[in-house]
Design a protein around this ligand. Structure first.
Ligand code: FPP
Length: 247
């Protein structure tokens, strides 16, 4: 497969996969069909990220707020995730993909947590793309859990309150050890973060695309990467690019 001509490849891309329901509605189909087609788009995005040499791909698969959807839809989404892990884990493992899961784990019931843990364990030593699955994830909850862990250490006398730094907070988040996302893509025309990676997104570039998630294919992924490559990231400083390029 031809490698596209992209000037700067982000190390970490995170995606808010939005618009499954609207994709289905537009076609007079049940919402569940949109989610099923969304899984196909997930597979294509994972393949594309691996081909292009992206090191980390984070997908917002299920938010801590998604439990408030009708029971049948929650059950559909969990079923799709279950099937994805069961059916596709072997292939992901063969392709050297490492899986990490972020999100609240303690309160999860049933077989979904053991499945996610198995996926992490099986692929632990892989060295290719790291696929980060955000499941039962909410950024404020993640930050609150990190603060709670830190304060427990303060209470135990292991940490001085004055030693709390942003690096220490990083190290207590679910994403510990994962670099911050360089690029966050959201599909479906919505332009908000919806409690996704609030802390980690401090210097991320955002690309909002009008397309619904089930239509997100390799060509749209490459389009988003090209938009990213054209941006001038300054991290609060001055441009690192030659003036001629910045214009
Ligand atoms: C948003 O569409 C999408 C979701 C809530 C879940 C995304 C899940 C998948 C693509 C399938 C499972 C994931 C993996 C990693 C296998 P929406 O239902 O909010 O769409 P709408 O805004 O148009 O209603």
């Amino acid at each position: 497969m031809l490698t596209p001509d992209i000037a700067i490849i982000p190390e970490h891309v995170a995606i808010i996969m939005d618009g499954n329901g609207r994709w289905a509605n537009k076609r007079g189909l049940a919402r569940t069909m949109g989610h099923s087609k969304g899984v196909e788009a997930v597979k294509e995005a994972v393949r594309t990220a691996g081909d292009i040499g992206i090191k980390y791909l984070t997908l917002f698969a299920f938010s801590s707020e998604n439990w408030s959807r009708p029971e049948a839809e929650v059950s559909d989404l969990l079923g799709l995730l279950r099937r994805f892990i069961r059916r596709d884990l072997a292939e992901l493992h063969r392709e050297n993909v490492r899986i990490r899961v972020i999100g609240e784990r303690e309160k999860l019931r049933g077989d979904i947590l053991p499945l996610l843990l198995e996926a992490e364990e099986t692929t632990r030593n892989n060295t290719g793309l790291t696929l980060v699955i955000a499941f039962n994830y909410g950024s404020r909850d993640e930050i609150a859990r990190a603060v709670s862990r830190i304060t427990q250490k303060v209470k135990a006398g292991l940490i001085e309150p004055g030693a709390i730094s942003s690096e220490m907070i990083d190290a207590h988040l679910d994403t510990a050890g994962i670099p911050d996302p360089d690029l966050i893509i959201r599909t479906s025309g919505e332009e908000r973060l919806s409690n996704f990676l609030l802390w980690q997104a401090a210097y991320a570039e955002f690309v909002f695309m009008p397309d619904y998630w089930p239509d997100f294919d390799r060509a749209l992924f490459i389009e988003a990467l090209k938009i990213y490559a054209s941006r001038d990231r300054r991290f609060g400083g001055l441009s690192a690019r030659p003036a001629a390029v910045v214009g």
